[in-house]
Design a protein around this ligand. Structure first.
Ligand code: DI6
Ligand code: FE
Length: 416
């Protein structure tokens, strides 16, 4: 924190001050950017001042003073990769898999994503809203203040746009920031069987431009995989996104190495996600491009994968690492971001500090949102208060939810 600027900003009246908290600022330096006995002043939805209580400027006054009772305050959590808008469920497919079928076999037999597409096309916007808000609410109960939501279960122009509209509506209805991503290149719709290039032409010529025109998509994603789209097809989708000025991200190297990480990096993608099979060339490309690696331990766990993403190499190359739920009905029916912190540590060997950074600072980077994910003067006042004695507990405990308070854009949503 630079001292002079926030002090000048803070002089006078603030809307709110939180006192008696330990701060996990997630700024670099000490682990968690920790600051004991801190205080945070908020004005106009932003952090006006923060620091140790002893350094509180005498001129700083606040209309409301909140006592944090010695709890830990972190940035509001950010889930930077979800597919949470869909209809139906895939519990039966789970049973099939337990009887021995693989995810790829089910997908090739017309189940998997295709079955969710059928249910999602048949659902009205209000039905989709109802089904999706149950999942969203569970994320919010664990301190999430920003969530990315992808389309990808429509696979036609009308339904893809419907999913993005529902995602936006969820944000307005639930007081959470929703970043939308068009994932029309998620799977080949059945009506295009054997004509993948024609479907890609539809995505590039109609769906991407329509989503851009209606301002429904903040980014464009694709699934680069043998059961989905080839690198050459993804390249066409990325070029269409570029023509519309939309940033890209990619489901890359999840089940095999098709060079997805390097392809994402070549297009300056905000993030490359999954990465279990990425090689040294892909990792070096991510590092050069400043692309965030989004790791999704829920899908790895649920598919019982054995090859973990190359965390040691990503770390050594200086690639920022984020963590997300990948909330989706087929490979990650997960609505707990805290559980993903635990799995990122147990399955991928991240440290609890790295895991928490992965759902705050680097998750913000993955979404291109430099105004959040850290506690610092000028950042958005998205604050989560946790009844814990050490921030490592957020990753350590399984099935606990120590969220005690939540502030979004300076509005107190809950407080003990
Ligand atoms: N990768 C995944 O793991 C999910 N989508 C993707 O691109 C799977 C989605 C599903 O099976 O419904
Ligand atoms: Fe995904």
């Amino acid at each position: 924190m630079s001292a002079a600027e926030p002090l000048r900003d803070a002089a006078g009246e603030c809307d709110l001050i939180v006192v008696n908290v330990a701060l996990a600022t997630m700024e670099s330096g000490a682990p968690y950017g920790a600051m004991r006995d801190g205080a945070v002043a908020v004005r106009n939805g932003k952090i006006a001042w923060l620091g140790p209580r002893s350094a509180r400027p005498r001129t700083l006054r606040a209309a409301v003073e909140l006592d944090g009772a010695g709890c830990w305050l972190t940035p509001g959590l950010i889930d930077c990769h979800t597919h949470l808008v869909y209809a139906g469920d895939r519990a039966q497919e789970f049973e099939q898999r337990l009887r021995g079928a693989s995810y790829e076999e089910i997908a090739r037999a017309g189940g998997g994503i295709a079955s969710t597409v059928r249910a999602t096309r048949a659902a009205s916007e209000s039905e989709l809203l109802l089904a999706s808000e149950r999942r969203l609410r569970r994320l919010l109960e664990e301190g999430v203040t920003t969530v990315e939501i992808k389309s990808g279960y429509g696979l036609d122009r009308e339904t893809e746009l419907k999913l993005l509209r529902v995602a936006r509506a969820l944000g307005s209805a639930h007081g959470v920031d929703v970043q939308t991503t068009l994932l029309a290149a998620h799977a080949l719709p059945v009506e295009y069987a054997g004509r993948a290039d024609d479907y890609v032409a539809l995505v590039c010529g109609e769906i991407v431009p329509a989503a851009a025109r209606e301002q429904l998509a903040d980014a464009v994603d694709a699934f680069c995989e043998a059961i989905a789209f080839s690198p050459a097809q993804v390249r066409r989708v990325f070029e269409a996104a570029r023509r519309e000025g939309l940033p890209v991200k990619l489901h890359a190297d999840q089940l095999s190495d098709l060079g997805g990480a390097a392809l994402a990096a070549e297009f300056g993608a905000r993030s490359a996600d999954h990465l279990e099979h990425s090689d040294a060339r892909g990792i070096a490309a991510l590092a050069r491009a400043g692309t965030v690696a989004v790791l999704l331990p829920g899908a790895y766990y649920f598919l019982r994968e054995t090859r973990a993403p190359p965390v040691t190499e990503l770390r050594a190359a200086g690639v920022p690492i984020a963590i997300a739920t990948d909330c989706n009905p087929g490979t990650s029916p997960v609505t707990s971001l805290l559980l993903m912190l635990n799995m990122a540590c147990t399955l991928f060997r991240l440290t609890p500090d790295e895991a928490l950074a992965g759902v705050t600072r680097t998750a913000a980077q993955a979404l291109g949102l430099p105004d959040r994910g850290r506690l610092a003067a000028g950042m958005r006042a998205d604050l989560a208060l946790w009844d814990i004695g050490d921030p490592a507990e957020l990753a350590y405990a399984i099935g606990a939810n120590p969220l005690a308070g939540l502030v979004r854009r300076g509005n107190v949503l809950r407080w003990p």
